[in-house]
Ligand binder design. Structure first.
Ligand SMILES: Cc1cc2nc3c(=O)[nH]c(=O)nc-3n(C[C@H](O)[C@H](O)[C@H](O)COP(=O)(O)O)c2cc1C
Length: 190
């Protein structure tokens, strides 16, 4: 049977992004449950309705990768108590042109990390609202991970037992949640 395809969108264009490290740790914890693909957003131009036809090559590639995913994991930083502009830009492109959105009906989960005490909670609430507006099915629950320098090692392992168990539970729950939608999506596309 074909593996469940998990598309991962990191809401950061930073080379050493701690949210990308968190997503890599989740992929490791998920083991063989899915085939993971990180979907780039840092090469997307700034959204402009004048540039929708034809779509810029990077946007066409981004939309195709979203549409090839059975489920989408968003790992995002918080910028000024909201989602980073680079992530909002990607979501805006994904929803265009009108009538050709790549988002509706896709299962999604949200997680994020920052050094702050409430570690991305407000950004995640904003993201949940935007994804709901775009017609994604967002998994319930909360995953606000406070980043510490030793949270994730250089091989994407999570040394702390409690954090590792929490993240493992999160990704297993998401694999089960996403799997419930995947067959319907595949049938619809057939
Ligand atoms: C413009 C800007 C705004 C930020 N605002 C917040 C914030 O509202 N809350 C927070 O917890 N961290 C905030 N930070 C700190 C980020 O959490 C930190 O830069 C983190 O490394 C971002 O994750 P990344 O490494 O995945 O890009 C902000 C950082 C920047 C550059």
């Amino acid at each position: 049977m074909a593996k469940f395809k998990l598309g991962i969108i990191v809401g950061s264009n930073r080379r050493e992004s701690i949210n990308r490290k968190l997503a890599q740790a989740l992929v490791r914890l998920g083991g063989a449950a899915f085939e993971a693909k990180f979907i780039r957003i840092d090469d997307l131009p700034m959204y402009n309705q004048d540039n929708e036809q034809p779509l810029p090559a990077a946007v066409a590639r981004f939309k195709a990768e979203v549409e090839a995913s059975d489920a989408l994991l968003f790992a995002t930083p918080e910028h000024n108590r909201s989602i980073p502009a680079v992530l909002k830009n990607a979501i805006d492109w994904g929803g265009r042109p009108y009538g050709k959105s790549s988002w509706p009906g896709r299962p999604a989960a949200i997680i994020g990390t920052s050094g702050g005490a409430i570690s991305t909670a407000v950004a995640q609430q904003h993201l949940r609202a935007v994804l709901g507006n775009q017609g994604l099915h967002v998994m319930g629950g909360e995953a606000y991970i406070q980043f510490k320098p030793d949270l994730i090692d250089s091989e994407s392992n999570v040394p702390d037992d409690n954090v590792r168990k929490f993240l493992k539970n999160f990704i297993d729950q998401f694999a089960a949640f996403g799997g419930r939608f995947a067959p319907a999506q595949k049938q619809a596309a057939a």
